[in-house]
Design a protein around this ligand. Structure first.
Ligand code: PLP
Length: 247
Protein backbone atom coordinates (compact mmCIF):
# COMPACT_ATOMS: atom_id res chain seq x y z
CA UNK A 1 0.00 0.00 0.00
CA UNK A 2 1.27 3.49 -0.84
CA UNK A 3 2.40 5.42 2.17
CA UNK A 4 0.30 8.61 2.19
CA UNK A 5 1.64 11.25 4.56
CA UNK A 6 -0.61 13.08 7.01
CA UNK A 7 -0.51 16.78 7.79
CA UNK A 8 -2.04 18.05 11.03
CA UNK A 9 -3.86 21.35 10.42
CA UNK A 10 -4.32 23.58 13.47
CA UNK A 11 -6.66 26.34 12.26
CA UNK A 12 -10.06 28.01 12.33
CA UNK A 13 -13.17 27.16 10.33
CA UNK A 14 -14.62 29.63 7.82
CA UNK A 15 -18.30 29.06 6.98
CA UNK A 16 -17.86 30.68 3.54
CA UNK A 17 -15.22 28.11 2.57
CA UNK A 18 -12.98 30.91 1.29
CA UNK A 19 -10.23 30.51 3.88
CA UNK A 20 -9.29 28.58 6.98
CA UNK A 21 -9.55 24.85 7.39
CA UNK A 22 -11.62 24.25 4.23
CA UNK A 23 -8.88 25.80 2.09
CA UNK A 24 -6.26 23.84 4.01
CA UNK A 25 -7.94 20.48 3.47
CA UNK A 26 -8.64 21.21 -0.22
CA UNK A 27 -4.99 22.09 -0.70
CA UNK A 28 -3.68 19.03 1.10
CA UNK A 29 -6.02 16.83 -0.94
CA UNK A 30 -4.69 18.41 -4.16
CA UNK A 31 -1.19 17.37 -3.09
CA UNK A 32 -2.33 13.84 -2.24
CA UNK A 33 -1.84 14.31 1.49
CA UNK A 34 -4.24 13.26 4.27
CA UNK A 35 -5.45 15.89 6.73
CA UNK A 36 -5.90 15.59 10.48
CA UNK A 37 -7.38 18.62 12.22
CA UNK A 38 -7.38 20.58 15.46
CA UNK A 39 -9.98 23.36 15.21
CA UNK A 40 -8.98 26.51 17.10
CA UNK A 41 -12.03 28.68 16.40
CA UNK A 42 -15.39 28.55 14.70
CA UNK A 43 -15.95 31.64 12.56
CA UNK A 44 -19.14 32.86 10.90
CA UNK A 45 -18.14 34.41 7.58
CA UNK A 46 -19.39 35.39 4.17
CA UNK A 47 -16.98 36.46 1.44
CA UNK A 48 -17.56 40.06 2.59
CA UNK A 49 -16.91 39.89 6.29
CA UNK A 50 -16.55 38.06 9.57
CA UNK A 51 -19.81 38.03 11.54
CA UNK A 52 -18.76 36.06 14.57
CA UNK A 53 -15.87 34.16 16.18
CA UNK A 54 -16.01 31.53 18.93
CA UNK A 55 -12.59 30.45 20.11
CA UNK A 56 -12.36 26.77 21.06
CA UNK A 57 -11.07 26.22 24.62
CA UNK A 58 -7.26 25.88 24.54
CA UNK A 59 -7.36 22.52 26.31
CA UNK A 60 -9.76 21.23 23.63
CA UNK A 61 -7.32 22.35 20.93
CA UNK A 62 -4.54 20.52 22.77
CA UNK A 63 -6.69 17.40 23.10
CA UNK A 64 -7.44 17.43 19.36
CA UNK A 65 -3.74 17.75 18.58
CA UNK A 66 -2.77 14.92 20.95
CA UNK A 67 -5.49 12.68 19.51
CA UNK A 68 -4.45 13.45 15.92
CA UNK A 69 -0.79 12.80 16.72
CA UNK A 70 -1.61 9.46 18.33
CA UNK A 71 -4.08 8.40 15.61
CA UNK A 72 -1.92 9.11 12.54
CA UNK A 73 1.74 9.30 11.52
CA UNK A 74 1.87 13.10 11.24
CA UNK A 75 4.63 14.15 8.83
CA UNK A 76 4.10 17.93 9.07
CA UNK A 77 1.99 20.47 10.94
CA UNK A 78 0.34 23.56 9.43
CA UNK A 79 -0.83 26.28 11.82
CA UNK A 80 -3.24 29.04 10.84
CA UNK A 81 -5.66 31.11 12.96
CA UNK A 82 -4.91 30.68 16.68
CA UNK A 83 -7.41 33.18 18.16
CA UNK A 84 -5.97 33.68 21.67
CA UNK A 85 -2.62 33.70 23.56
CA UNK A 86 -3.76 30.74 25.69
CA UNK A 87 -4.32 28.65 22.56
CA UNK A 88 -0.90 29.63 21.21
CA UNK A 89 0.70 28.51 24.49
CA UNK A 90 -1.20 25.20 24.42
CA UNK A 91 -0.13 24.53 20.82
CA UNK A 92 3.50 25.44 21.57
CA UNK A 93 3.58 23.08 24.53
CA UNK A 94 2.54 20.12 22.40
CA UNK A 95 4.96 20.90 19.59
CA UNK A 96 7.89 20.91 22.04
CA UNK A 97 7.32 17.15 22.44
CA UNK A 98 7.56 16.62 18.65
CA UNK A 99 10.71 18.48 17.61
CA UNK A 100 11.25 16.34 14.49
CA UNK A 101 7.96 17.22 12.80
CA UNK A 102 8.26 20.21 10.43
CA UNK A 103 5.88 23.02 11.37
CA UNK A 104 4.66 25.81 9.04
CA UNK A 105 3.08 28.78 10.83
CA UNK A 106 0.91 31.25 8.91
CA UNK A 107 0.76 34.05 11.53
CA UNK A 108 -2.84 35.08 10.84
CA UNK A 109 -3.63 38.41 12.51
CA UNK A 110 -6.60 39.91 10.63
CA UNK A 111 -8.99 38.85 7.86
CA UNK A 112 -8.89 40.65 4.52
CA UNK A 113 -12.14 42.34 5.61
CA UNK A 114 -10.32 43.79 8.63
CA UNK A 115 -11.57 41.63 11.51
CA UNK A 116 -8.96 40.57 14.12
CA UNK A 117 -8.47 36.80 14.08
CA UNK A 118 -5.95 36.96 16.93
CA UNK A 119 -6.35 39.11 20.04
CA UNK A 120 -3.94 42.11 19.98
CA UNK A 121 -2.25 40.95 23.21
CA UNK A 122 -1.20 37.72 21.50
CA UNK A 123 1.81 38.84 19.47
CA UNK A 124 4.23 38.08 22.36
CA UNK A 125 2.86 34.55 22.66
CA UNK A 126 3.04 34.15 18.88
CA UNK A 127 6.72 35.04 18.92
CA UNK A 128 7.28 32.35 21.56
CA UNK A 129 5.73 29.85 19.17
CA UNK A 130 8.31 30.76 16.49
CA UNK A 131 10.89 28.57 18.23
CA UNK A 132 8.79 25.49 17.47
CA UNK A 133 8.40 26.38 13.78
CA UNK A 134 10.36 25.34 10.70
CA UNK A 135 8.91 28.23 8.72
CA UNK A 136 6.84 31.35 9.50
CA UNK A 137 4.95 32.87 6.54
CA UNK A 138 3.89 36.48 7.30
CA UNK A 139 2.50 38.79 4.65
CA UNK A 140 3.88 42.35 4.64
CA UNK A 141 1.37 43.85 7.13
CA UNK A 142 1.85 40.86 9.48
CA UNK A 143 5.63 41.16 9.17
CA UNK A 144 5.65 44.78 10.24
CA UNK A 145 3.41 44.13 13.26
CA UNK A 146 5.48 41.13 14.36
CA UNK A 147 8.82 42.87 13.77
CA UNK A 148 7.68 45.95 15.70
CA UNK A 149 6.78 43.76 18.67
CA UNK A 150 10.14 41.95 18.48
CA UNK A 151 12.73 44.72 18.59
CA UNK A 152 12.71 48.22 20.09
CA UNK A 153 13.25 49.92 16.75
CA UNK A 154 12.05 47.82 13.87
CA UNK A 155 14.25 47.89 10.74
CA UNK A 156 12.72 49.45 7.64
CA UNK A 157 13.73 46.83 5.12
CA UNK A 158 11.66 43.70 4.61
CA UNK A 159 14.77 41.50 4.95
CA UNK A 160 15.74 43.33 8.15
CA UNK A 161 12.28 42.85 9.62
CA UNK A 162 12.35 39.17 8.66
CA UNK A 163 15.74 38.84 10.39
CA UNK A 164 14.24 40.23 13.59
CA UNK A 165 11.79 37.30 13.49
CA UNK A 166 14.77 34.94 13.12
CA UNK A 167 16.30 36.56 16.20
CA UNK A 168 13.04 35.85 18.03
CA UNK A 169 13.54 32.13 17.31
CA UNK A 170 12.04 31.42 13.88
CA UNK A 171 14.19 28.98 11.88
CA UNK A 172 13.11 30.47 8.56
CA UNK A 173 10.80 33.27 7.44
CA UNK A 174 9.00 33.48 4.09
CA UNK A 175 7.70 37.01 3.55
CA UNK A 176 4.77 37.00 1.13
CA UNK A 177 5.02 39.99 -1.17
CA UNK A 178 1.46 39.85 -2.49
CA UNK A 179 0.53 43.13 -0.76
CA UNK A 180 3.33 45.04 -2.54
CA UNK A 181 2.79 46.50 -6.01
CA UNK A 182 4.67 45.43 -9.12
CA UNK A 183 4.19 43.10 -12.05
CA UNK A 184 5.43 40.11 -10.05
CA UNK A 185 4.43 38.75 -6.64
CA UNK A 186 7.81 38.21 -5.00
CA UNK A 187 8.19 36.20 -1.80
CA UNK A 188 11.44 36.38 0.17
CA UNK A 189 12.91 33.44 2.11
CA UNK A 190 15.24 34.49 4.93
CA UNK A 191 17.22 31.92 6.92
CA UNK A 192 20.17 32.18 9.30
CA UNK A 193 23.51 31.70 7.52
CA UNK A 194 21.88 31.50 4.08
CA UNK A 195 21.71 34.04 1.30
CA UNK A 196 18.16 35.40 1.00
CA UNK A 197 16.18 33.68 -1.76
CA UNK A 198 13.32 35.15 -3.74
CA UNK A 199 10.44 33.35 -5.40
CA UNK A 200 8.63 35.32 -8.07
CA UNK A 201 5.43 34.65 -9.98
CA UNK A 202 3.65 36.93 -12.45
CA UNK A 203 0.99 39.02 -10.70
CA UNK A 204 -2.51 38.27 -12.01
CA UNK A 205 -5.42 40.69 -11.84
CA UNK A 206 -7.58 38.08 -10.08
CA UNK A 207 -8.23 38.25 -6.36
CA UNK A 208 -8.81 35.19 -4.21
CA UNK A 209 -9.41 34.68 -0.50
CA UNK A 210 -7.46 32.20 1.58
CA UNK A 211 -4.23 32.37 -0.43
CA UNK A 212 -2.14 32.48 2.76
CA UNK A 213 -3.86 29.32 4.01
CA UNK A 214 -3.27 27.62 0.66
CA UNK A 215 0.41 28.53 0.43
CA UNK A 216 1.24 27.40 3.98
CA UNK A 217 -0.72 24.14 3.54
CA UNK A 218 0.96 23.45 0.20
CA UNK A 219 4.40 23.99 1.76
CA UNK A 220 3.47 21.67 4.65
CA UNK A 221 2.27 19.06 2.14
CA UNK A 222 5.58 19.08 0.26
CA UNK A 223 7.58 19.05 3.51
CA UNK A 224 5.52 15.99 4.51
CA UNK A 225 6.80 14.31 1.33
CA UNK A 226 10.36 15.18 2.36
CA UNK A 227 11.12 18.11 0.03
CA UNK A 228 13.84 20.50 1.20
CA UNK A 229 12.38 23.86 2.29
CA UNK A 230 13.16 25.92 -0.84
CA UNK A 231 11.85 23.19 -3.15
CA UNK A 232 8.66 22.91 -1.08
CA UNK A 233 8.14 26.68 -1.31
CA UNK A 234 8.72 26.74 -5.08
CA UNK A 235 6.16 23.98 -5.67
CA UNK A 236 3.66 25.55 -3.28
CA UNK A 237 3.97 28.92 -4.97
CA UNK A 238 3.42 27.34 -8.39
CA UNK A 239 0.29 25.66 -7.00
CA UNK A 240 -1.17 28.94 -5.67
CA UNK A 241 -0.34 30.69 -8.95
CA UNK A 242 -2.21 27.92 -10.80
CA UNK A 243 -5.24 28.47 -8.57
CA UNK A 244 -5.17 32.21 -9.36
CA UNK A 245 -5.19 31.36 -13.06
CA UNK A 246 -8.30 29.22 -12.55
CA UNK A 247 -10.31 32.07 -10.93
N1 PLP B 1 -10.82 33.04 8.38
C1 PLP B 1 -10.03 32.08 8.85
C2 PLP B 1 -10.61 31.02 9.71
C3 PLP B 1 -8.67 32.11 8.51
O1 PLP B 1 -7.85 31.15 8.95
C4 PLP B 1 -8.15 33.13 7.68
C5 PLP B 1 -6.76 33.19 7.27
O2 PLP B 1 -5.95 32.35 7.53
C6 PLP B 1 -9.01 34.10 7.25
C7 PLP B 1 -10.34 34.03 7.60
C8 PLP B 1 -8.51 35.23 6.45
O3 PLP B 1 -8.66 34.96 5.15
P1 PLP B 1 -8.92 36.18 4.17
O4 PLP B 1 -7.74 37.07 4.39
O5 PLP B 1 -8.96 35.55 2.85
O6 PLP B 1 -10.20 36.82 4.63
Amino acid sequence: MRNIPHVLVVAGSDSSGGAGIVRDIETLAAFGVKASVAITAVTVQTHHGVQGVDAVAPERVAQQMRAALSANPIAAVKIGMLATPATIAAVAQILVDHPDIPVVLDPVLVSTSGRALLTPDATDALRDLFRACTLVTPNLPELSVLAASTVASSPDSVAGQARSLLMAGAKAVLVKGGHAGGVEAIDLLVQPEHADQSFASPRLAASMRGTGCMLASAIAARLAFGDPLAAAIARAKAFVHGKFRET
